[in-house]
Design a protein around this ligand. Sequence first.
Ligand code: ADP
Length: 496
Amino acid sequence: WAASEEPISPPVQVRYTQLLINGKFVDAASGKTFPTLDPRTGEVIARVAEGDAEDIDRAVAAARKAFDQGPWPRMTAYERSRILLRSADLVDKHNDEIAALEAWDNGKPYEQAAHTEVPMVARLMRYYAGWVDKIHGLVVPADGPHHVQVLYEPIGVTGQIIPWNFPVLLFAWKVGPALACGNTVVLKTAEQAPLSALYVAKLMHEAGLPDGVLNIVSGFGPTAGTAIASHMDVDKVAFTGSTDTGKIIMDLSARSNVKPLTLELGGKSPFIIMDDADVDHAVELAHFALFFNQGQCCCAGSRTFVHERVYDEFVEKSKARAERRVVGDPFRKGVEQGPQIDDEQFNKILGYIKSGVESQANLVTGGARLGDKGYYIKPTIFSDVQDGMKIAQEEIFGPVQAIFKFNDLGEVIKRANASRYGLAAGVFTNNLNTANTLTRALKAGTVWVNCFDILDAAIPFGGYKMSGFGREKGVDSLKSYLQTKAVVTAIKDAAW
Ligand code: ADP
């Protein structure tokens, strides 16, 4: 697990820590702040304004005014599109600084943020910029002398709540489609990693976004988050986070104004490796599917099902791969894995490892913290995992791979689907018939075949079952930010 000694020193500076409301940075109404921590050390990076219900009220009022009276929903689609394009250009221009902020606040490897996630933010903005002037209605034939139009209108003030695992990318997944459709936004970042969204939101204002269109409130779930979900003047909520919190959001929405929701929740995604697999390739892909982003992915391939004919070789090679994984300071070259986000997640993951050992899964490698500072965990593998074990059923959200043995296609389909989640699945096979069977049988919002975590802007992402509903990205996301209006006009003289 040795990390490279070669440091990377990108520009890094905390510029914005206040709430962004109505185009201006302001303190929280209460004057309160909270610390955001460096996962490498647990030390304070900065204190950030702590938004609460009163701040959400202010932000919603600004977003309401911007929607009802401001230029955003009224400007030409072309103008709106150009603001998103200019935003993307500014993200590119400041790529390294945004990536550094992300690595500092979240603990993910700087190189990952700089080469993958921040460029994906710009790419997604351009993708939705391309949609803006192509969102149009329909004229539908109907019985009788009627001219029937279907109009797609923005919903209004949209509330968005995001988690900490991909702070800047999920910010983009949320605001991109909402803004493309002409909505205004109140977004709450996760309390663990609030910095990068403030930075990019500021860039979007520099790109010409009118005041009040995009408001960012840092703060905690039970206070600021609850205030968004229960607000009577928020017209829609999009949430990404745990299934437990998703249920709370649904409840709050139902009790307030029945706001429509999209929920992207937890997962326990199967990754199925068939016996025709090139084992080396399968090992690498399954390793990536689980360990990417310190294992902190809702779609992580966290149940690795391996055909018994290749099982022993697979386990042995996975062990070697995990032990080669470069774990260390996110600001060093070649680092694949940084620290977990905070002590809460760190302890939770160690608790799951303990549970795996106690339930007599076979601990192949890892199983403990790495070093004595920060939230680093050794890449961990359990083999011979049984379906009933806690580590087989619950979302660990950390660098812990669970390997299961199977010997029959029908059996693995049943076992893979025997989960309350249905976010994603992976399939590794060269057999077209097997691939076709699996892609149709698996109950998951995404099935990756011979690949994993391909998350392009155009590809819809979301869950079956308790992984939520609605889709992020792609054209599907637009649908959840538009209201459908039928306009039926009587035709006076229908004879022509
Ligand atoms: P995670 O386990 O990824 O932190 P959470 O569901 O707890 O998942 O958090 C995801 C987001 O939801 C964060 O922005 C968090 O502040 C927010 N959140 C947590 N609890 C609530 C709540 N009761 N109401 C609204 N938002 C919440």
